[in-house]
Design a protein around this ligand. Sequence first.
Ligand code: G
Ligand code: G
Ligand code: MN
Ligand code: NA
Length: 250
Amino acid sequence: NELEAGIRRGVQAGEFVPYYEQQIDLDSGRLVGFEMLARWDSPELGMVTPEIFIPIAEEIGVIAQMSEQLIEAAFADASQWDPELTLSVNISPVQMRDPWFAQKILKLLVKHRFPAHRLEIEITETCLHENIGMVRSMITSLRNQGVKVSLDDFGTGYASLSQLRSLPFDRLKIDRSFIRDLNKQDSNDKLVDAIISMSDGLKLPITAEGIENADILDALGRWGKLKGQGYHYGRPEPAQRVLERLAEAG
Ligand code: G
Ligand code: G
Ligand code: MN
Ligand code: NA
């Protein structure tokens, strides 16, 4: 079909570009890094969202190649930022099935002389119903290289408490569906509170996703020690805009 052909061509032509979303330390309000979010700059369709092209790229077997191109572009971009700022990238469960994935990341880090400790790999709960032994050794290899690994979209999928205990994640990202409803529904607030105290117990730092406005940010204030991201801080934006933002901030 046409969309598939367009995506294949787009990978060859390098039409997939990174956008960046700010990540903030909520206690200090300081920028601490960016999450890279892929966009397809298609000559025919304009800017296409990943919800459309990621599932197709997985299906037709080009996700790994696409992701490597995006990560290389992101390393080049992030090399121009303050070296304190981290870079988070989303990884598909399909890539997690590749036994050489950690090796491939290491090769890209070396090629771009990008410090491993600045890189955070985000995997979703969907990865966790794959071969769990393989997932564990993948996470371990990445962490041995100095790369951080976080569990994305937490609360929406299949992560069990025993997996949380036994997999060495560096961070847990609470899905935006829980954050959006803060101060709206008491049962939701209690659930978020339970997730946060559980994570404290496991010594797992937390990022709150989907902070859309000042009220939600305010509601998160009762917990402390969180990182956060969301439209309240700005929409994902292209590399050039990030550079302008960093220059303005001094
Ligand atoms: O940017 P946006 O909010 O539209 O992203 C939608 C979804 O696409 C999110 O779940 C995000 O994690 C995913 N996504 C964005 N960029 C990438 C990428 O480079 N690789 C993978 N596998 N998923 C991505
Ligand atoms: O699944 P993942 O967490 O990687 O999803 C990131 C996606 O969430 C991106 O597509 C981004 O555009 C979107 N996003 C980021 N902040 C917000 C927000 O505050 N509200 C909503 N609705 N979506 C957001
Ligand atoms: Mn993510
Ligand atoms: Na998420």
